[in-house]
Unconditional design. Structure first.
Length: 167
C-alpha cells in the first residue's frame, strides 16, 4: 500500500514540474527581452533551450509510466514567475534590473532542483531506473544553470547594481 501511495505522489509531483517547466519556457523570452546585459540574455536563452529538452525528458518519463504527459497547476511556480514579472516592471530601466532578474531566475532554479532531486530519489526507490536517470540528468543541468547564474552575478551584475545605487 505504501508503494502505491509513493507512486501516486511521484506522478502528482511529475505533473507539477511538467506544468512548471512549460510555464518557465514561456517566461524566459520575456526575461531575455528585459535583460540589460548580453551575458544574461545569453544565459537565459541557453536555459530556455535546455528547458525545451527537459520538457521532452519529462514526456519520456510519462511514457515510461504509461501515462499521458499532462501538467497540474503549480501555485509555487506561478508565484515565482509572478515575482519575476514584478521585478521586470518595477526595475525597468534601472541598473539593478539584471541583479533582480538573476535572483528571479535562481528562485526558479532552486524550485526545479528541489523537485528534480525528490523525483529522482523516489524513482530510484520505486525501481524506475530509466526515469531516475532522466531526472538526474535534468537535475545536473539545473544545478549547472544555478552555478552559471551565480558566476554571472559575481562577475559584475551585482557590483554594477550596487555601484549605480551608491552613485
Amino acid at each position: 500500500m505504501k508503494q502505491k501511495m509513493l507512486e501516486d505522489l511521484f506522478l502528482d509531483t511529475l505533473k507539477d514540474i511538467y506544468y512548471a517547466e512549460r510555464k518557465i519556457v514561456r517566461a524566459l523570452p520575456k526575461m531575455m527581452k528585459a535583460a540589460q546585459s548580453e551575458e544574461l540574455r545569453t544565459a537565459l536563452d541557453t536555459h530556455r533551450q535546455e528547458t525545451e529538452v527537459q520538457i521532452e525528458r519529462l514526456q519520456q518519463v510519462f511514457e515510461l509510466l504509461g501515462k499521458r504527459a499532462q501538467g497540474k497547476t503549480c501555485p509555487a511556480i506561478d508565484g515565482i514567475v509572478e515575482e519575476g514579472e514584478e521585478i521586470m516592471e518595477t526595475m525597468k530601466g534601472l541598473p539593478a534590473l539584471d541583479a533582480g532578474l538573476v535572483a528571479a531566475a535562481q528562485a526558479v532554479e532552486h524550485y526545479e532542483m528541489a523537485r528534480y532531486g525528490t523525483l529522482a530519489r523516489w524513482a530510484e526507490m520505486l525501481g524506475m531506473t530509466e526515469a531516475a536517470d532522466l531526472l538526474k540528468q535534468t537535475l545536473a543541468e539545473e544545478t549547472a544553470t544555478d552555478e552559471a547564474l551565480t558566476s554571472l552575478a559575481d562577475a559584475g551584475i551585482n557590483e554594477r547594481a550596487m555601484q549605480a545605487e551608491a552613485a
